[in-house]
Design a protein around this ligand. Sequence first.
Ligand code: ATP
Ligand code: FE
Ligand code: MG
Length: 343
Amino acid sequence: PLVLGIETSCDETGVALVRGYDLLVDAVASSVDEHARFGGIIPEIASRAHLEAMVPTIERALSTAGVTLADVDAVAVTAGPGLVGPLTIGAAAAKALAVGLGTPLYGVNHVIGHAVVDELVDGPFPERVLALVVSGGHSSLLRIDDTVQVTELGSTLDDAAGEAFDKVGRLLGLPYPGGPHIDRLAREGDPEAIRFPRGLTAPKDQAKHATDFSFSGLKTAVARWVEARQDAGEPVPLPDVAASFAAAVADVLTAKTIAACRREGVDTLVVGGGFSANSQLRDMAAQRCAEAGITLRIPPIRYCTDNGAMIAALGAAVVRRGLPPSPLDLPVDSTMPLTQVLV
Ligand code: ATP
Ligand code: FE
Ligand code: MG
């Protein structure tokens, strides 16, 4: 079946077409530049941009793939989590298409899509994988069975990894979003120049799960270190700060994730979400997974940030498993639980 996927949870309007495990097209329009001067996503601006981009992006996807709406067998859309205004616009478009075409409608989970998109790149998931989904809003470790059954093994107690990068970017005076800028600077610096705290590496009382993360203490440590240099009238070595900070984040994420793989007896790790574009994380994950005998699956960067392919891929997985379609009045859920694949 040909699945059309629509993603609008944040600032990217994504439309993709997937048949089986094959991606026919992945069209994305982004409003990220319109938010840059505010230093964060403005939901109203994102909603308006989705409204303007939706029909042209659908048309572009169909014409690039050389198919028509009549060829579409199922429509999948992000039901949550995300910004309620943007989610509502994607859901309205998906409902209209499903009703007009007489196809089933599937409202699926954005965060799980960040992991399952990897099936389009590296083929079907084995029976059981662990998935580290790291993005602007999440740092979550999931166990995924049969592609569509999800158990939460850990999450962040405060900032997500991407969020911590964006906040440290702001305090270093870098443009929004800071994540990619820190990545670039870090490649010129010494990751061992400054020993920043790792945070929550030992189990603590406040952790909900065995594999919870915490990055706000690290962010504060970077702020203190930078302030101390400035107070002393000394220049701040931005590449060394970026490299040492990025190394601390990558160290915690990979060490805890690999420990969880061992504990769960799982030998395949999928990494996804916008922050998995981060080169320090990619390098450390590759090295440590190789040492631990774990198969690492990370999709190329264009499938790590928000896109329609991840939603079409999860839609295709749900169709393949024969799960029941969502109701046509599909409710969006800005705080959709990560264990819920489908509304
Ligand atoms: P969620 O998926 O949790 O709803 P989101 O959709 O906002 O959140 P994504 O678009 O998946 O998040 O990821 C965006 C985040 O990834 C931003 O915080 C951005 O700074 C970060 N990011 C992107 N590229 C890099 C990079 N190379 N290094 C570090 N961070 C990066
Ligand atoms: Fe995302
Ligand atoms: Mg984004």
